[in-house]
Ligand binder design. Sequence first.
Ligand SMILES: [Zn+2]
Length: 212
Amino acid sequence: MAWLRPADRLSFLHRFLSGVKGRLLAWAVVAAFLIPITMCGLSRADRPETYPGDQMQTRVCRECSGQRSDCPVCAGKGKVFVITPGPNHPSWVALEVVQAGSPPAPPALTTEELLKPLPGGVGGARIKLEKDGKTIEVTTTFTGRTRVRLAPGKWSYTVSKPEQREVSGSFEIPVLTAEIWKSKGLSRKDGDWLEQPLRVEMARSGAHKSGP
Ligand SMILES: [Zn+2]
C-alpha cells in the first residue's frame, strides 16, 4: 500500500474494517435465521405443500406435547407444521369403486388402509376427474380403492373399465376452514381429508351374457 497517501491508507483501513464488520453482521443475520430452524427440528423436507392464501406456522405437537421420541404424529420431532388453509387448499379424497350391491366398508384414507380389501372392489377402474377444464386421472388399485388430492369446487367424474358400464356424476369439494395439523405421513386426523369417500358402483355391461 506504499502507493497510497496516508489519508487514503486510513480510508482503505476503514473500508476494510467496515467490510469485516459488514461480513460479521451478515453472518450474524444468517445464524439468527439458521439456529431457530435447526433447533425446531423440522427440516425443509418435512415442509408440507402450501397453496395461494395458505398460512403456515410450526407448533408443539398436540399429540405428545413434544414429549415423546416415539410419537407417530411428529416422528419425535416435538413440533408439527400447522396450516390455516386459504381458498385454494386441496382435500384428499378416498375413492372406492365396487360392483353394484356390494356391502359398505369403512373408508380407507391412510396408505395402510388403502391396501385393505374392499368388499366387491373393482381394481383397475379408470377414474377421470374434471373441473374448469383441468383433468386428473387415477386408477383403482387391486383393492378397488385409490385416493386423489382435489382443489375446492365442483368436480365431475367418469369411471370406466372394460366390460363394465361407464358411470359418471359430480361432487363438491368444500373450501377447508379448520386448521390442518400435518402429521408424519398421511392421516385423516390432519383435517385435509374429505369426510366421506367418493363411492361408485359399477355394473357389468353386456347383460345378455347372464352369468352363472
Ligand atoms: Zn408428537
